[in-house]
Design a binder for this molecule. Structure first.
Ligand code: HOC
Length: 382
């Protein structure tokens, strides 16, 4: 099949990846309204074409938290990423490394911090969830630090998990428990490398490492409900600061007041995100939430944005709406599922080319040049 876009990778992944894992990545919560709005709100924003401005020299590089990025993008934390390709987190991290952008390892990854970090040259980012077991969090932070992780992404929009109807229908969670059959060895050939050949079930590497037992995936929503902490508050940020002196980014901000609190509590960055439409269905899309947040805190804190970015044009849109960089989620998961590390590398090349075309035709020579003026109907605040 000819691959020319992230959308093609989605189609290829749908053919190759076992259905319940494809739908786990592809789906959102409840009626998936926010999932859809993330994509349509963003792609409906009209780019403002400008011409005849000598665009022969273009620069997609940025600097973020002291690191050079070849384009304003970071691979987002994705739970159970290692189910999409053999040692999936390692393959994705290597792809990001080769293409000059950071990879963020999820707390609930298959491969543990200690497996992934040594296999790449640039420092990894680490994502933390608030579990009731604060000992686990402290241990994870210490391990991430010891492994050389630089930036901490603290996800705050999952104090309790939203319902995912698709996962219930596919057997990823709920009564069908297809995933339990896979873990127990009634394997799909897609996982022959780990389960069928080695008889090794997939477990959450970081969590099992601490809890000293196999923490698997047979009821992930149930597990999240029992272990994630709804008492989470801004105080937790102060507590985390005791164990983390590097840059800290708060992921899951949709409201300007919360963005201002993030500045007040000393965060270095925020991710404007609705968790890819996987949590509270019906909240604003990131494209709609971003401009008022940028008006409130741009310049006081780094602003990242995710949810709905499906090509390089969308990256330019997000930057024009006020982001300093984007996090990429589903697009790279599809590429990983379809063709492993090579797929992710190719997808990043595609995004870069698309971004360059959008920069050329909106007449922006560098990422710093991209402002609301790159969009029709948006103007820069004086
Ligand atoms: C298998 C464990 O961010 C999501 C993730 C978190 C869930 C943990 C998955 O699904 O949105």
């Amino acid at each position: 099949m000819i691959i020319s876009s992230a959308n093609d990778y989605r189609k290829a992944a749908k053919r190759k990846v076992p259905p319940f894992m494809f739908h786990y990545a592809d789906g959102g919560s409840y009626n998936e309204l926010t999932l859809e709005k993330n994509v349509t709100d963003l792609s409906n924003i009209a780019l403002r074409q400008r011409v005849l401005k000598d665009m022969s020299e273009l620069d997609t590089e940025i600097e973020l938290f002291g690191e050079k990025l070849s384009l304003p993008a970071i691979l987002a934390p994705v739970g159970a990423l290692g189910m999409y390709a053999r040692r999936g987190e390692v393959q994705a991290a290597k792809a990001a490394d080769n293409k000059g952008i950071p990879f963020t390892l999820s707390t609930v990854s298959i491969c543990a911090i200690e497996e992934v970090a040594p296999q790449i040259n640039r420092p990894m980012w680490f994502q933390l969830y608030v579990l009731k077991d604060r000992g686990f969090m402290k241990n994870a932070l210490e391990r991430a630090k010891a492994a050389g992780c630089t930036t901490l992404v603290f996800t705050v929009d999952m104090p309790t998990p939203g319902a995912r109807y698709r996962d219930m229908h596919s057997g990823m969670s709920g009564p069908l428990k297809e995933i339990r059959r896979v873990i127990q060895g009634a394997t799909h050939p897609f996982w022959a490398w780990d389960v069928g050949i080695k008889g090794k079930p997939h477990t959450l590497g970081n969590v099992s490492h601490y809890m000293g037992k196999q923490v698997g995936l047979d009821d992930y929503i149930g597990w999240l409900g029992e272990n994630f902490d709804p008492s989470i508050s801004w105080k937790d940020l102060e507590w985390i600061r005791e164990f983390w002196d590097g840059p800290m980014v708060i992921k899951g901000i949709l409201d300007p007041e919360d963005a201002k609190d993030a500045v007040r509590f000393g965060a270095d960055g925020i991710v404007v995100s609705n968790h890819g439409g996987r949590q509270l269905d019906g909240v604003l899309s990131s494209a709609k939430a971003l401009p008022p947040i940028a008006d409130a805190v741009k310049g006081d804190i780094k602003i990242l944005a995710d949810s709905g970015v499906r090509n390089g044009l969308d990256i330019v849109r997000m930057i024009a709406l006020g982001a300093d960089a984007c996090m990429l989620g589903r697009s790279f998961v599809y590429a990983l599922g379809a063709n492993g590390q090579a797929g992710v590398e190719n997808m990043l090349d595609i995004f870069k080319k698309e971004m360059k075309v959008a920069m050329t035709l909106t007449s922006n020579k560098s990422v710093a040049d991209i402002t609301p003026e790159a969009l029709v109907g948006y103007t820069q605040k004086p």
